[in-house]
Write a protein that binds this ligand. Structure first.
Ligand SMILES: NC(=O)c1ccc[n+]([C@@H]2O[C@H](COP(=O)([O-])OP(=O)(O)OC[C@H]3O[C@@H](n4cnc5c(N)ncnc54)[C@H](OP(=O)(O)O)[C@@H]3O)[C@@H](O)[C@H]2O)c1
Length: 303
């Protein structure tokens, strides 16, 4: 185990160091950004608006050109899509914004799941909030309760919106390999967005299979791990701490680098509302873990 990574300074931190992948016909740096954490603090109170706008602008300044969002990312006072629109419109060339439908929340915040016919309304809601006339990438976000069932009806409806020009590329989220195969029979799929973190061994075969099919794999909860929506909580595993010490980086950076080490088709979307964490996460795009590091990290218990 050794430090194979050049020291990054704020002048050299850039998402381009993570390499690139093409989503359909849209090239992106492999180190992207997840917008879910922008709208609320850890205690659920609304996040600071100016700070969220500054984080988004800084992300783009640091070379991030793949931002993951959803109309259902909102707190009582903040909407991720509105913050993205305010911070970044008119959008720079080459910025890819990915969003999700099927999951949704009513104005009170309660979760609801759209029927196939309602997907158009969800796509249009994202268009309005982001201020766009088409969406770059829309993931069909499958409910946990539907993870073994057919997604054909919903994915077919989304494919029709792609045909109509409202959406450029399609992805699937929270899916099984069988559901990916089912979707690919209907229309091209450019990415799978699933929960995956160090220790999530059940995902690794699927990560590899996506690569073989030319489909990007976009892990979420890479840093949050077992904390999921609650965020990165609890004590870190010893192997993660050992690798972090060896490279002189933080455990969160090891977690981001681990995902990127799984394959050239893996795209990181770490989520943060903290400008310091943002810089750390982008810097992790340059971190190259050794085979020895990856082997040690594979000993982390199943989550
Ligand atoms: N498809 C789906 O069903 C689905 C589900 C969940 C999320 N997502 C997407 O995936 C993205 C990533 O997931 P996520 O945001 O839940 O989890 P994550 O990126 O794994 O971790 C975010 C958590 O880690 C903290 N964090 C971030 N960077 C850190 C750093 N450098 N050092 C220490 N702590 C750090 C954040 O707090 P701070 O804000 O304090 O930094 C937050 O608590 C989301 O933003 C969202 O776009 C998709």
């Amino acid at each position: 185990m050794g430090c194979k990574t050049p020291r990054m300074t704020t002048e050299t931190i850039n998402a381009t160091t993570s390499g690139t992948w093409t989503l359909g016909d849209l090239p992106v740096n492999r180190l992207g950004f997840g917008a879910m954490r922008l709208t609320a603090n850890a205690d659920g109170s609304p996040g600071d608006r100016d700070r969220a706008v500054a984080v988004l602008r800084r992300a783009v300044e640091l070379g991030v050109n793949h931002i993951d969002t959803a109309a259902f990312y909102f707190s009582s006072l903040r909407s991720a899509n509105e913050l993205i629109n305010t911070a970044l419109a008119p959008y720079p060339d080459g910025l890819v914004i990915a969003t999700k439908v099927w999951a949704g929340r009513d104005p009170s915040g309660d979760w609801r799941w759209a029927s196939p016919a309602e997907l158009r309304g969800q796509v249009e809601e994202n268009l309005r909030q982001l201020g766009r006339d088409h969406l770059d990438l829309v993931n069909l976000r499958v409910p946990r309760s539907g993870q073994t069932g057919s997604i054909a009806e919903h994915f077919g409806a989304l494919a029709e919106l792609r045909q109509a020009g409202l959406v450029r590329h399609l992805g699937v989220s929270n899916v099984s390999p069988a559901q990916l195969a089912e979707a690919r029979e209907i229309a091209p799929v450019v990415c799978v967005q699933n929960a995956c973190t160090i220790g999530a061994r059940e995902q690794l075969e699927f990560v590899g299979a996506c690569g073989e099919q030319g489909v990007a794999y976009v892990p979420f909860f890479a840093i949050a791990g077992r904390g999921r929506e609650a965020g990165a909580t609890g004590t870190e595993h010893d192997p993660v701490l050992t690798v972090a010490r060896a490279h002189g980086v933080s455990p969160a950076q090891v977690r981001v680098a681990w995902t990127l080490g799984l394959g050239a088709h893996v795209l990181a979307i770490p989520g943060t509302g903290d400008p310091v964490h943002l810089e750390e996460n982008v810097a992790a795009g340059a971190l190259r873990l050794t085979e020895e590091d990856m082997a040690l990290l594979s000993s982390v218990p199943h989550v």
